[in-house]
Structures are given as structure tokens and as C-alpha cells.
Design a binder for this molecule. Structure first.
Ligand code: KIV
Ligand code: ZN
Length: 517
């Protein structure tokens, strides 16, 4: 702990790790880097970038983020095994401030049923893991998984031992969201009182939202001495999610008379961060979600509207501006020029795009503005994302024609350009036609004939991503190829085209990883 850290509350964001464990969430390495850059602009102290041993993509993401994001600490998650810790260190070692986050279960239920061990064995394993981690990295966090249901005396014993072994941050997770604020606060208080060397480490908490109490439990913990909060943007995470960063940050701001901690969150970056995370993970924010839901600042009833017009404070405890919602959203359309578009892209948090990329986005913007009267933030994010997420393309959709109706057999013809690995050879055009149970099925069957890969569609989601009759449709899907799952996203004003784009994106990822093996 540094001097002056006593009154500081550290924000540890785990959107890219626990948040990524949300059902349906999946981001590419490039997308994770975009989120990490925005988290650092938001001011989080620690970014948990992933779980490096869990997959090659996770390892790459943690490594890439460690190389590029320099203001926040970058943590990787690791089980208490040397092979995990080695992979984690390999992924984070180039960060300016690397952290290894080791976790091991401490509740009797997990120790006996999941690990098949005794308390003594777990204690020994934890100490060895922390000592090993410390020999590689000076910043170690230890998480006592299922601490919410762990015996407090054993918890205190293991905490004391891992602090002696070199842990800098001791994390107390309520892994299954089982605690009440009063219980959880008492647990933190007991740990503070009973662990003799507790002042050598920062107490952290990591609360899940199974009973809707993640934020309340986190607050109770800081009232009792915790100084790091683990949370996610939009509260996403395993099952019902994690404590939501934006709710905690705004509670601290609105109720500063009760919580006078120093912290480094820039609340006016909340809106951009929330939008970015929801777009890239594909997990939409419920409309009535506190702070970032679409209705969070909307006043419907006449009495409320009247009150707001007379004095905002009558029905508003914070302003849209506090969380960075632009006062008047600049409406973009076909008459908007480069300058307006580039400014909005920057305001949305994409401030590191090269001018060549911006020009490409502008070209696509003009095409879209020809089809759609109003271009919303969601549309712009989709354009930016399409450009930055597509990566190397082997197959490119060049032409698509699909017909369907109540009395005809759905038919599709597609033309695909196939790039070869050899840059000197020109791409080859393939054309195929197929029938299907619907237009999308027909398109996929025609694509399958061209790509000649054993691809299986496992998940398909279609939704509108902006408002109005001419809203953009987005398709998020997953395919399985050689036992590995690949995701794809596609947007268009035409849902059949969006479906084709998403399918091709997933196929390209599968083909590329095939070529790399
Ligand atoms: O919920 C949990 O216990 C976790 C740990 C790995 C910190 O996510
Ligand atoms: Zn968790």
C-alpha cells in the first residue's frame, strides 16, 4: 500500500473477465483492447483483462492489453497452479503495472465437493501459489473463492498466511451472491479485527448479484474497511452478474456526505463506456437499469415533466451530464460531413483510430445515410466496430440475392471473393445458389457450398440496434468448427445481408485459426 492510499478506494474492473463469462458475451482481441482503452479513460485502477490459461484468445487479449494500456494496472486471473501462474505472468509481464490474481476456494463446500481436499491442503496450496507468483510479479492479489460462505476463522487463517507469503490485495468474493449487506459487512469487520497482519494488504470485495444485492454488499464492505471494489460495466458477469461500476461510482458522487473516499473514476465517461461494452458484448442494457438504462433520465408522467421544467431537482438526483450523456445528441444524416462524424466517433470513445480507418468509416457512413434518414450512436458504433473488428478476411461477401415469400421456395445466390494467402495472386470469385427453409438458411447453404468447411451454426440472435423503421439489424451468431466455437457479428439495414456478414465473419475467424495451427 502506498502512502495516502488509506482513504483511496480502488476500482478493479472485471468486465473483460467475469463480465465476459456472461452467457452470450464474446469479444475478439481487438474489441477487448477497445474496451480496455475506454476503461483506462474512465479511470479504473485495475483492469482484469482475462484468464490467460483458459484459451489462446484470452491469453492473446491479456497480452495485447498489457502491451498497449499503460495507465491502469493489468491483472490476469490464475488458479493456484504453477502452470496457470506461468501463463498469467507471460501474458501480463509487459504491462507497466502487472498483477497476478490467484484464486482458490475456501468454503468447506467447495473444498470438499469441488476440490476433494482438506482445509490444510488448501492452505498449503494457497501459500505455495502466492510465493511462486511473488517470485515473478511484485503485485499479487489472492481471492478466497466463495468467501461469502466460508468459515470465518478458516478465512482469517488463510488470509494471514497468504499476506505473509506476499499478497498485496486480499479479495473476499461473495461468489454466489448469497450474503446480506449486514452479514457481509460483519465479515469484513471480523477479518479486519482478527487478522493480525491485515494492514499489510488492501481488502477487496467482489460481489455477485444473485439476490440483487451486489452493490449494497460492496457498499457495506467499504463501510467496514474494504478499499478495493471489484465490479463490471453494466453489471454484466457470471449468472445474474457482478456489482455494477456505474452504480457504485454514482452512489459515491450523489451520497458523498456518507462516502468521502478519493477515487479516480471520471463519471462523465460512464455513458460512453456503457454503450461500448453493451455493443461489443452483444448484451443489451435493460431500459430501466439504474444510471445507464435508456429510461434512467426519461420523465414520462405529466406531473414529473412539469416539475422538471420548473426545477430539475424536483425529480432528478443527478443529471444526464454527470454520467456523460450528451445534452443534445448531434443528429447525423446524409448531409453531415466528415468533421461531424469524426467528432461523434471520438466522443463515443474511439479516440485512437487512424485517419485511413476514419476515411473508410466515412465511406460506409455515406452509404448508410443514403438508406437511413437518421444515424444514431448505435449505428455509428456498428460502423466503427465492423471496420475495427473484421480483422483479416479470407472470404468476402461480394453479392447477395435472396428471395422468399409465402408461395415460393426460398432461394439465394451468393458471390464470394476468396483471398489466397499469397498476396500476389488475385482473389477468386465463387458463385453458388441454394434453396433453404427461409432466405437466411438458403444464404447459409449457398455459402457452405463455397467455403467447403464442416461448419455448424450453434447460436443465432437477431435484433434491431437503433430506433425507427429503418433501424439497423444486427446478427450475432456462433459457429462450431473442429470443436472450437467462433463468433460473428454483422449489421445492415437488410437482415438477410446482416446474417450473411455475421456468418462470413465467424467463418473467417475459423479459417484463420485453422491456417495458424
Ligand atoms: O466470483 C468469484 O469468486 C470470482 C473469483 C475468481 C474472484 O470471480
Ligand atoms: Zn466472480
Amino acid at each position: 500500500m502506498n502512502k495516502g492510499d488509506k482513504d483511496k478506494l480502488f476500482f478493479f474492473d472485471t468486465t473483460l473477465r467475469d463480465g465476459e463469462q456472461s452467457p452470450g458475451a464474446s469479444m475478439s482481441v481487438k474489441e477487448k483492447l477497445l474496451v480496455a482503452e475506454q476503461l483506462s479513460t474512465l479511470g479504473v485502477d485495475v483492469i482484469e483483462a482475462g484468464f490467460p490459461i483458459s484459451s489462446r484468445e484470452d491469453f492473446e487479449a491479456v497480452k495485447t492489453i498489457s502491451q498497449h494500456v499503460k495507465t491502469s494496472s493489468i491483472a490476469g486471473l490464475s488458479r493456484a497452479y504453477e502452470k496457470d501462474i506461468n501463463a498469467c505472468w507471460d501474458a501480463v509481464k509487459n504491462a507497466k503495472k502487472p498483477r497476478i490474481h490467484i484464486f482458490l476456494a475456501t468454503s468447506d463446500l467447495h473444498i470438499e465437493k469441488k476440490l476433494g481436499k482438506t482445509r490444510e491442503q488448501v492452505l498449503d496450496m494457497a501459500v505455495r501459489a502466492v510465493k511462486y507468483g511473488k517470485s515473478l510479479c511484485k503485485d499479487i492479489e489472492f481471492s478466497a473463492e466463495d468467501a461469502g460462505r466460508s468459515n470465518v476463522d478458516f478465512l482469517c487463517k488463510i488470509i494471514e498466511a497468504v499476506i505473509d507469503a506476499g499478497t498485496n490485495t486480499i479479495n473476499i468474493p461473495d461468489t454466489v451472491g448469497y450474503s446480506l449487506p449486514i452479514e457481509f459487512g460483519e465479515k469484513i469487520d471480523e477479518i479486519k479485527k482478527k487478522v493480525p497482519n491485515i494492514n499489510k494488504a488492501i481488502i477487496s470485495v467482489h460481489c455477485h448479484n444473485d439476490l440483487g444485492l451486489a452493490v449494497a454488499n460492496s457498499l457495506s464492505a467499504i463501510e467496514n474497511g474494504a478499499r478495493q471494489i471489484e465490479c463490471t460495466i453494466n453489471g454484466i458477469g457470471e449468472r445474474a452478474g457482478n456489482a455494477s461500476l456505474e452504480e457504485i461510482a454514482m452512489i459515491l458522487k450523489v451520497k458523498s456526505q456518507y462516502h468521502s473516499f478519493k477515487h479516480s473514476i471520471r463519471t462523465n465517461e460512464i455513458y460512453n463506456t456503457s454503450k461500448l461494452v453493451s455493443r461489443l458484448t452483444g448484451i443489451s442494457v435493460q431500459v430501466n437499469k439504474a444510471i445507464v438504462g435508456a429510461n434512467a433520465f426519461a420523465h414520462e408522467s405529466g406531473i414529473h415533466q412539469d416539475g422538471i421544467l420548473k426545477a430539475r431537482e424536483t425529480y432528478e438526483i443527478m443529471t444526464p451530464n454527470d454520467v456523460g450523456v450528451p445534452e443534445s445528441l448531434l443528429i447525423l444524416g446524409k448531409h453531415s460531413g466528415r468533421h461531424a462524424l469524426f467528432k461523434r466517433i471520438k466522443d463515443l470513445g474511439y479516440n485512437k483510430l487512424e485517419s485511413k480507418t476514419l476515411e473508410q468509416i466515412f465511406e460506409k457512413f455515406k452509404v448508410l445515410a443514403g438508406k437511413k434518414k437518421t444515424i444514431y450512436d448505435e449505428d455509428i458504433i456498428a460502423l466503427v466496430e465492423e471496420d475495427t473488428a473484421s480483422g483479416k478476411e479470407i472470404f468476402i461477401l461480394d453479392y447477395l440475392n435472396a428471395t422468399a415469400g409465402s408461395r415460393i421456395i426460398p432461394t439465394a445466390t451468393v458471390e464470394i471473393l476468396k483471398n489466397s494467402d499469397n498476396k500476389k495472386t488475385k482473389p477468386i470469385i465463387f458463385r453458388e445458389t441454394a434453396y433453404g427453409s427461409g432466405p437466411v438458411d438458403a444464404v447459409y447453404k449457398a455459402i457452405d457450398k463455397i467455403i467447403d468447411m464442416d461448419i455448424k451454426l450453434t447460436d443465432f440472435l437477431l435484433r434491431a440496434i437503433s430506433s425507427g423503421e429503418d433501424a439497423l439489424g444486427e446478427v450475432i451468431l456462433k459457429v462450431e468448427y473442429k470443436g472450437i466455437i467462433y463468433s460473428g457479428k454483422g449489421t445492415s439495414t437488410d437482415i438477410v445481408e446482416a446474417s450473411a456478414k455475421a456468418y462470413i465473419q465467424a467463418i473467417n475467424k475459423a479459417k484463420l485459426s485453422d491456417n495458424n495451427i
